[in-house]
Design a protein around this ligand. Structure first.
Ligand SMILES: *Cc1c(COP(=O)(O)O)cnc(C)c1O
Length: 393
C-alpha cells in the first residue's frame, strides 16, 4: 500500500482540486511547477539554510524521562515548540515564500483563524521583503488581539472578513476571492495540509523535515530509525503529516492521530472530524468534514484554536478510512490536564494543541519497551490566558 499522494493528487479517494474555474490558472501554475522548483539545488540550499539559521533546526528529539517513568513506556518529544515563532508552522511558510519568489510573485495573501498561521506568514514576508495581506474573521480579530498586533508589527495588513459567521471560513472565502482577482503577482500561502492539490502534498513535503530528523535522531539514541509509534495532534494535519511522512509506508511504525473532542465527541461542541465527519468538499479538497445532513459545514469547537477546524486534510482522511492510522479524540479537560502535567514533570509548557497528543497516555497503553515519539507541535506561551482561566492560576 502507498499512503502518499498519487499523480492525480489523491490519497485513496480523498484530495483532488475541486475549485471554481476562475481559480484554475493559479492552482495549475503551482501544480505544474512545484515539484521541479523544490528539486532545484538552489531551492534546497536556501530552504535548508533558513531552516537551520532562521528557524533553529534541527529541533531536538528529547527523551522525556519522568513522563516515561509515569506511563511505563519510552516517550520521546520532537521539540517543534523550539522553532522560531513557537511552532512547526514556520517550516511550511519558509518553504512557500521561497516557492512564491521562484514563481515571480511579489504579493502574499493568507487566511488565519487564531492568527498563528497569519503570524508565521507575516514573519516570512518580513524576512523576504514581500507585501503581506492576511484575511481574518472580524470576530477572530477581536478574540486574538495579541496575534493581530504581532502581524501588524511584522508589517502585514490584516483585513477583516465581515461576511457570514465572521470566522475562519469567511476569511478563507475572502482570500480565494482576492486570489481570483490577482492571479499574476500573488501567491496564496495555505497553512496546513488542506486545500486543492498540490497544496496538501507541497505542505506535507515542507513539513516532512520533522520525520526526516526523527529518523536520524532516533538512530543515534536507540540504534534504529523507526519508533514503534509516532503520535501527533491533528487540526488540518500539517504537523502530523510532517511527523508521519517518512513512516507512512512502514507498517511496523504505528501512526496515531489525535483530534479535539472539545466538550465531548457527541456534545455538539467538538472538532473530532474522524468520528463525526462525512465525505464532502472543503477548501477545494475532497475529504472528511463535519457537516449537516444537507451538507452545510458545521461550526467546530475546541479549547485549542489550532484544532478548531471542521475538516482534516486528505492524507489524514485516507489514513482513517484505510485503517492505517489510529485516531483518538481528546476532550478539552483531558488536554489541559496533560498540558499541566508536562509542565510539572518535564519543565515544558506545551501549546494546548500539543497537549491533546500528550493526553493519550492516560487511556492508550503501550508496552514497556515501546518507543513512542510525540510531536510537540508548539509552545504554550500563546495559551497562557487559557491555562490561567482553566486552572484558576
Ligand atoms: C496550528 C497548530 C496546530 C494545528 O495545525 P496542523 O496543521 O494540524 O498541524 C497544532 N499545533 C500547534 C502548536 C499549532 O499552532
Amino acid at each position: 500500500m502507498n499512503y502518499n499522494v498519487n499523480k492525480k493528487g489523491y490519497y485513496g479517494e480523498f484530495g483532488g482540486a475541486y475549485i471554481p474555474e476562475m481559480l484554475y490558472p493559479n492552482v495549475e501554475e503551482l501544480r505544474q511547477n512545484y515539484l521541479e522548483v523544490m528539486a532545484e539545488e538552489s531551492f534546497q540550499k536556501e530552504f535548508r539554510e533558513l531552516l537551520k539559521d532562521y528557524v533553529g533546526r534541527p529541533t531536538p528529539l528529547y527523551f522525556a524521562k519522568r513522563l516515561s517513568e509515569k506511563y511505563k513506556t519510552k516517550i520521546y518529544l520532537k521539540r517543534e515548540d523550539l522553532c522560531h515563532t513557537g511552532a512547526h508552522k514556520i517550516n511550511n511558510t519558509i518553504g512557500q515564500i521561497l516557492m512564491a519568489k521562484r514563481l515571480g510573485k511579489t504579493r502574499i495573501i493568507a487566511e488565519t483563524g487564531a492568527g498563528q498561521h497569519g503570524v508565521a506568514t507575516a514573519t516570512v514576508c518580513a524576512l523576504m521583503g514581500l507585501e503581506c495581506i492576511v484575511f481574518m474573521g472580524e470576530i477572530d480579530i477581536k478574540r486574538q488581539a495579541p496575534n493581530v498586533a504581532r502581524m501588524k508589527m511584522l508589517g502585514a495588513k490584516v483585513v477583516p472578513a465581515i461576511s457570514g459567521s465572521k470566522t475562519l471560513k469567511d476569511a478563507t472565502n475572502e482570500t480565494i476571492r482576492d486570489w481570483i482577482n490577482n492571479p499574476v503577482d500573488t501567491h496564496y500561502i495555505i497553512g496546513s495540509v488542506v486545500g486543492p492539490h498540490p497544496y496538501p502534498d507541497m505542505v506535507a513535503r515542507f513539513q516532512s523535515v520533522v520525520s526526516e530528523e526523527i529518523k536520524s535522531q532516533l538512530n543515534e539514541k536507540e540504534g534504529r530509525e523507526n519508533p514503534d509509534f509516532v503520535v501527533a495532534c491533528v487540526g488540518g494535519g500539517s504537523n502530523a503529516a510532517g511527523a508521519f511522512y517518512h513512516y507512512l509506508d512502514k507498517p511496523e511504525v504505528g501512526i496515531i492521530a489525535v483530534e479535539a473532542a472539545g466538550k465531548g465527541i457527541y456534545s455538539g461542541e467538538s472538532a473530532a472530524t474522524s468520528a463525526l465527519g462525512k465525505v464532502g468538499i472543503i477548501h477545494g479538497s475532497k475529504t472528511l468534514l463535519m457537516q449537516t445532513a444537507d451538507g452545510q459545514i458545521t461550526e467546530p469547537y475546541s479549547i485549542s484554536a489550532g484544532l478548531d477546524y471542521p475538516g482534516v486534510g486528505p492524507m489524514h482522511a485516507n489514513l482513517f478510512a484505510s485503517g492505517r492510522g489510529e485516531f483518538i479524540s481528546i476532550t478539552d479537560d483531558e488536554a489541559m490536564q496533560a498540558g499541566l502535567e508536562l509542565c510539572k514533570l518535564e519543565g515544558i509548557i506545551p501549546a494546548i494543541e500539543s497537549s491533546h497528543a500528550l493526553a493519550i497516555f492516560e487511556t492508550r497503553k503501550f508496552k514497556k519497551d515501546d518507543v513512542v515519539v510525540v510531536n510537540l507541535s508548539g509552545r504554550g506561551d500563546k495559551d497562557l490566558e487559557t491555562y490561567i482561566k482553566h486552572f484558576n492560576l
